[in-house]
Every structure is written in C-alpha cells, then in structure tokens.
Design a protein around this ligand. Structure first.
Ligand SMILES: [Zn+2]
Length: 63
C-alpha cells in the first residue's frame, strides 16, 4: 500500500468508492477501491468515467 492520497469528489457505487485526486504533478487521477472486507479491489484510471464504470461493474469475489 502506498500513502493514502487526498481524495476529492468521492462517490460510492455499492461497496466501491471512486475518488479523484491529483498526483504529484497536478494531474487528475481516478481510483476505484472496494471497501468490502477481504476484497481488496483497487485500481487507478485516467478518466472519471472509466473509474465509475469499473466501480459499477465490480463484482466482489467474496460475499
Ligand atoms: Zn469488492
């Protein structure tokens, strides 16, 4: 795990959070991260729509 970035505009899709943050060079990055215990899904995307799509279509491997 890297240091937690400063998220802006956090949205939830079910258990998955989509957050936007700026990387060290001021570029927008978008992360989709599942908050379900023992899931651990987390991925970075270059666009908000891609991150939201991933969040919406995410299926937890654990239920
Ligand atoms: Zn999940």
């Amino acid at each position: 795990m890297t240091a937690q970035p400063r998220f802006r505009r956090v949205t939830r899709f079910g258990p998955v959070q989509v957050g936007t943050y700026y990387d060290g060079r001021g570029r927008e990055k978008h992360t989709a991260a599942c908050t379900a215990p023992r899931c651990g899904f987390s991925a970075d995307y270059d666009s908000r729509s891609a991150a939201e799509l991933a969040a919406r279509t995410h299926r937890c491997p654990v239920r």
